[in-house]
Design a protein around this ligand. Structure first.
Ligand code: SF4
Length: 331
């Protein structure tokens, strides 16, 4: 596309953003790289509304700086993350904060986020997309962002059915408004979230309409890939002694660091089946058959009263199991 035409499209995008953009989102009204980084990581797998209403402010109140985050025990960070899921994100935030604290100590400065993409992608949990978002939003670098909504727009603009990563990044770099990267990128995300919807996009209101090659049949781009999500089943045995439940802190890769109930191959005959809980992860659907075993002697390492469990970091599925236990016991 010719530079003059692109400049006109950039102007229209900015005009649209000025009128329609979600300017009041708190990560758009700050230039603190740490706050922008936290929002980007939370938004990787979670909707704006959920992050905004339940997690962003409480997390920042508890950990207002990189230093506060890296100096806190991992347990506390996981507890603050509880309900957001995908706990690797919280562990990587913690690890990154610790690395940046160490780096700051060597340089004799307060810990700070690096500005360039090559340094950002070396940090735990920061991939190419997040690095670009931090560079563009925190440091106003002239680079594009690439979340799912933006990818969909680019595919439609160029009628691409199956985007390959290299090609789509090339297109994104060729199109970015290098003089106004912040507004351009925020606008592209808002256009994707409000106009260029997966179904029935609102092309008549779109500032990219003149440029868009796919506007006559937008839903064809990109091709939807339907993945079949496998199902898993587990038996969970709740050891109950003196009205306390046994929980262990996980050490495996999955849900590492969170407290929870272990699965068992075969529940004890003396255990009572109290019901099922289900939970949908991204890669599989889990059904837990829950059994309760009242012990006369403690056989497990740690037991907790229900009020004590409230202060532990546990996963959503384990929280559901506790609710089932409460229903079964009338507590
Ligand atoms: S014109 Fe329609 S299909 Fe093209 S980018 Fe805009 S909303 Fe999407």
């Amino acid at each position: 596309m010719k530079r003059a035409n692109l400049e006109e499209v950039h102007r229209q995008i900015r005009e649209w953003y000025a009128k329609n953009g979600r300017h009041d989102l708190p990560w758009r009204t700050t230039d603190d790289p740490y706050r922008i980084y936290i929002s980007e990581v939370m938004l990787q797998q979670t909707q704006v509304k959920t992050v905004l209403e339940r997690f962003y402010f409480p997390f920042l109140e508890k950990f207002p700086t990189l230093k506060a985050l890296g100096s806190a025990p991992l347990d506390e960070v996981l507890k603050a993350w509880e309900g957001l899921g995908y706990y690797n994100r919280a562990k990587n935030l913690h690890k990154t904060a610790q690395l940046l604290i160490q780096k700051g100590q060597v340089q004799g400065i307060a810990p700070t986020m690096p500005e360039n993409i090559d340094s950002l992608v070396k940090l735990p949990g920061i991939g190419k997309n997040t690095a670009h978002a931090i560079a563009a939003f925190a440091f106003n670098k002239p680079v594009p962002v690439m979340e799912a909504n933006v990818r969909r727009i680019l595919c439609r603009l160029h009628r691409i059915k199956t985007p390959n990563d290299k090609k789509i990044w090339e297109i994104a770099y060729a199109m970015v408004d290098i003089r106004h990267p912040f507004d351009y990128n925020q606008a592209m995300m808002d256009i994707g979230a409000t106009l260029c919807l997966p179904k029935s996009p609102k092309c008549e209101a779109c500032p990219l309409e003149t440029l868009c090659q796919g506007k006559n049949d937008p839903e064809r781009y990109p091709t939807k890939v339907r993945k079949k999500v496998p199902s898993k089943e587990e038996h969970i045995l709740l050891y109950c002694y003196n009205d306390k439940l046994a929980l262990t802190q996980r050490s495996g890769k999955f849900l590492h660091g969170l407290w929870g109930f272990e699965s068992t191959d075969a529940p004890l005959c003396a255990a009572e089946y109290i019901g099922d809980v289900t939970h949908a992860y991204t890669h599989f659907k889990l059904t837990c058959h829950v059994h309760l075993y009242h012990e006369t002697e403690p056989s497990q390492e740690r037991y907790f009263r229900l009020e004590e469990i409230d202060s532990l970091a546990i996963s959503k599925v384990d929280r559901k199991i506790i609710n089932l236990y409460k229903e079964a016991c009338g507590s």
